[in-house]
Design a binder for this molecule. Sequence first.
Ligand SMILES: [Fe+2]
Length: 365
Amino acid sequence: MSELKVSSDTSAFEVPAALDHTGKLTQDCVREALQMMDRYGLVVLTGLLSPEEANLGLELIRQTIDDPERNRCAFASETDNRYLRRDFCSLPATVPVTRFAATLCQRLEGVYLEYCGRTRPLLEIITLTSYLGSSHQYIHRDPMGVISLLAAVEDVCEEQGGTVFVPGTHMYSGAEYRHGGAAYELMELFRIQCNWRILLHNLKKLWQMRADAAVPLAPGEFRDRILSAKWDQHQPNLLRFVLGKNNEFSLRMFGPRTLWKLYRQRRALDGLFTLVQAAPRKGTVILYRSDLLHAGPDNRSSQPRRLFGMSVARDVIEPKYWHDGYTPHPKLIAQPVTLGDLLDCPASPLDRTPVPEPRSAALVD
Ligand SMILES: [Fe+2]
């Protein structure tokens, strides 16, 4: 997007995945990944899945999306989901899906166990699929206290909307003392600056779509995305923006003091924080701390962008908080699965690492 300065160089956050004889990340690899996670809030593990394993993940996503009864996500963005600009939905807890998740957890065990105990719940397994005409999400933080994973099951190019991150903006004890004690305030100013540009980008794009036969708007879609009273945090909805009804970005955030600070810091902010867009190759897995600033960009290509996503809690979590911020499949709610369950579960048939029998009945369909 021309209005936002976005770097496509993720090399500073990448670790080539190296596996030991048990099929897990080597200790050196785990150490390096943890350093990235702590310092920047994310790590990009290249080549973690083989092409065959990535194909299996892609097939699971395709099967889910082809199911008219699939469980659609209630977030980011509902309007895009309604008009099939995105298809964010949870994968059912079938044996193949659970084993695919188990393969990832077992391979990444050294990283997961640093942040999440074995009893911590699996919050969701989802697919983040987006199509031409989707909106660019606002820069936001997901509910804190979660380790989230994105797996590229096929090559994702920038035009398809690989996830954008702001490295180093995750929160932890004392993080606010950085940048002369103004870290959180500066991060918020940067977020507002970016989101203003994203609002303009989305509005401009929607206006152009009105006359674009290649991306026809559905009846009512323009109004729903610009002036709807319905809750949606990631549309350029001017009504909710003006009324202050969007927690991610609204006119409420533009008080006189904030405007003055934005003006004074306008150049410094770009020097302090960088937007980095991932364009993961097939088999790459991204792990990030959920409170890291990030966004799912719009898909600007005719090729669907499909990602496999999974989130594991780092602590106990209230069901309301869990269900507000994540989309567990109904079966996962009925039969919760923990990180320990996934570490003990048989992995995908393609993973030749010997593993013990499952302990949890929830893992046997
Ligand atoms: Fe998010």
